[in-house]
Every structure is written in C-alpha cells, then in structure tokens.
Write a protein that binds this ligand. Structure first.
Ligand SMILES: [Zn+2]
Length: 275
C-alpha cells in the first residue's frame, strides 16, 4: 500500500514546520502595492454612453493599449472614442481632470473574470477582460479606474494612504452612470438594501469576502461619498480624503465633521431612505 504522504522523520518535522511558518509569515506581511486598486466585476453593461456637457478632453490625454485578439480590428476606433468619452465624463463629475497622459491597458483574461487595476503612480489603468464580453463592460471598469488616477492627480501621494471607504467610494461615485445601471444616483442604487437592513458596516474590508460582498461595499461606499459631498460639501470631503491611513474608517471624520464615523453612517442611512 502506498502511504498518502511521503515519510518524514520525527526530527525533521520541527524544522519543516518552522520553515512553513516563516514562509507564511513573510507571505502574509508582504504589503500589497499601494498603487494597485481592484474593482469588482459585477457591474452591468451600459447601453449608451452618458451625456457630456462641456468640452471633451484633449485626444492626447489617453494612450490605449489593447491585447491582440481582444477586440475586432473594426472596434478599435469605437473603443478609443468610448474611453475618451468615459475619461471626459468622470473628469467632469469628479471635478478635476488628469494632470498628465494616462495609459489604458486592456488585457486578456482567459477565464473571463473581468476586473480592473489602477497603477496611479505609473499613470496606468488596466482592465482584464475577454473576447466574449462586450467592450462596454471594459469601459465601465476603466471609468472607475480613471477616477483613481484623477484622485492621485488631485490629492497627490496622500491618495495612496486614503481610507479604503473613501478611496473606493470616490472611484465608484465618480464613475457615475457607468456604474449606476440606469439608476439616477447611488442613493437610489442602495436604498432597498438600506431599507431591508442588508448593508455591511462601512468600515469593513473586502479582503477574503466573496465578490458579492465586495460589490455591496463598493456601492455603499459610493453612496456614502455621494452623501458626504452633497450634504457637507466638497471642501470638507477633500480635507477628509487626505486624512486617512488606508484602513477602512481611518480618516479623521471626528476632526472634519465633528462627529465619528458611526454617527455619519447612521445619518447616511436615514438620508438614503428619505432621498
Ligand atoms: Zn477601485
């Protein structure tokens, strides 16, 4: 009979366990690159681009790199038009545009697990998608990633230590119609969850949670950012954004608004219901 595991002598077990423990500790303590910001994939496709008021951004603000075979050759121009439109839209909505060229990279994800990243210090935003998914799905994701770049450009490197609630909340809110699936605003999007008591606490990490929870948190955070800006104004929001230390809930809510996050969270829920 073949034993299920190779024979390991009793004296070797201690050092092996220690080595495994050390590897685990190193692995767990490698900090994630602060410039990598992930988006959940569960947004629905937008059928028509959202309206734009004002001047479109300069054509040379965006470099687009698309993997071979991802889109048919005759869609490349439409992709470029869509992405320029998305960048112009989110710049207007966010309230400030890019301070330099941005590279949008569209890469192949053979399993079709669409997701996005923003390397804001490198001015590169990225989406992984596949030929089976319509290009609007990739554009929706990149609209959110563009806002991460705009946040870096507006707030500087303090953006990289922003409270996760605000970091992902502002990118979700800033993507606006690209993430709203036809709803007029984020309050409308989350209202039924809030009314039914199906929300997660704002100060939650999505690490280790299922993608559905990650999606819920992103929309809650988008709605919370919408609430803070509409009710308390952009100036205080900007001050809050640069006061955090990465962890969800780490921004100086008490110092900026004179009340803790718990109280603001309760106010946000009431506001969402009564909008
Ligand atoms: Zn993001």
């Amino acid at each position: 009979m073949i034993p299920p595991f190779p024979y390991i002598s009793r004296t070797a077990i201690g050092p092996i366990l220690l080595a495994v423990l050390l590897i685990l500790m190193v692995w767990l303590h490698v900090p994630s690159a602060p410039a990598q910001i992930i988006s959940p994939p569960a947004i629905r496709a937008l059928s028509t681009p959202p309206p734009l008021s004002g001047e479109p951004i300069a054509d040379n603000a965006l470099d687009i790199i698309s993997a071979d075979g991802l889109f048919p050759a005759n869609e490349k121009d439409a992709l470029a038009t869509d992405l320029r439109h998305a960048l112009a839209y989110v710049s207007q909505r966010f309230g400030s545009g890019p301070t330099g060229r941005i590279t949008a990279s569209l890469d192949m994800e053979s399993g079709c697990g669409i997701h996005g990243l923003a390397y804001t210090t490198e001015r590169t935003v990225q989406v992984y998608t596949c030929p089976d998914l319509p290009r609007v799905r990739a554009v929706n994701i990149l609209a959110h990633e563009f806002v991460h770049q705009l946040a870096q450009d507006r707030y500087g490197n303090q953006h990289l230590q922003a409270d996760l609630i605000l970091l992902e909340g502002v990118a979700t809110w800033g993507a606006g119609d690209y993430w709203l699936s036809g709803q007029p605003n984020f309050a409308a999007f989350v209202r039924s969850w809030v009314a039914a008591g199906n929300t997660l606490p704002l100060a939650s990490s999505y690490v280790g949670r299922p993608v559905g929870d990650m999606n819920t948190l992103y929309y809650e955070w988008g709605s919370f950012v919408e609430f803070l800006i509409k009710v308390y104004g952009r100036e205080r929001f900007d001050a809050l954004y640069v006061s955090g230390d990465s962890e969800p809930g780490s921004a100086d809510y008490q110092g900026i608004y004179g009340k803790p996050l718990d109280q603001l969270e309760a106010e946000w829920k009431s506001w969402v219901i009564t909008q």
